[in-house]
Design a protein around this ligand. Sequence first.
Ligand SMILES: O=C(O)COP(=O)(O)O
Ligand SMILES: [Mg+2]
Length: 234
Amino acid sequence: MTAASVLRGVRAAIIDLDGTMLDTVPDFHVAINRMRADLNLAPISAERIQIMVGKGSENLIRSVLALDHEADGVERHFPAAMDAYQRHYLDINGNHSTLYPDVMAGLQAFKDAGLRLACVTNKPIAFARPLLAQKKLDGYFEIVYGGDSLPKKKPDPLPLLQVCHDFGLEPAQVVAIGDSSNDAEAARAAGCPVLTVPYGYNHGECIHKINSDGIVASLLQAAQLISLQNPIAN
Ligand SMILES: O=C(O)COP(=O)(O)O
Ligand SMILES: [Mg+2]
């Protein structure tokens, strides 16, 4: 099936945060290296951190510690590292992050087309909410779920299915848009159509390897594609 036909009947969109709306790697970079300094570990590059982002904080901290420690060392240092990381991240949250092109225009185009919006991120909800507010994105979303809002996070379909339930829509009526295989796997398992953006992180993998219904250059292009397929919603 082509991307166009699966987008017919779409009434809402679930949008990912890191790597899709905001380039947050510079925030992760500062917070991780402050945490590493607390643990007497040498700083690491933003490029090394970028491929570790997308599967939530626990996964990120374990991956960062695994650069210097064996499995037992990772677990031993994990509680102190997580504590330091959360403190440092909240201190700098959003200060170094920037919006990708056409994010605001894209969100507005979704609204103008009568589509409802939810944000589903694997970022902890305590990080996600103030970040969305600081970047003036919070007003666009009726629902925001973080990686710790529900018992399971992406790539599990649960957060996406919860949004469909909240909106009273079938999964086929709710498109998921993200930058990684995590988003696509969750969408496929939920039965939602899925679009991907090519500029995000995708765990360091090529976006073309992802099984999605199409790659869009920006959220604005996604909104235009969906509007074209749903003239009644306009
Ligand atoms: O892993 C994270 O913290 C963020 O991931 P996201 O791409 O789901 O927003
Ligand atoms: Mg992402």
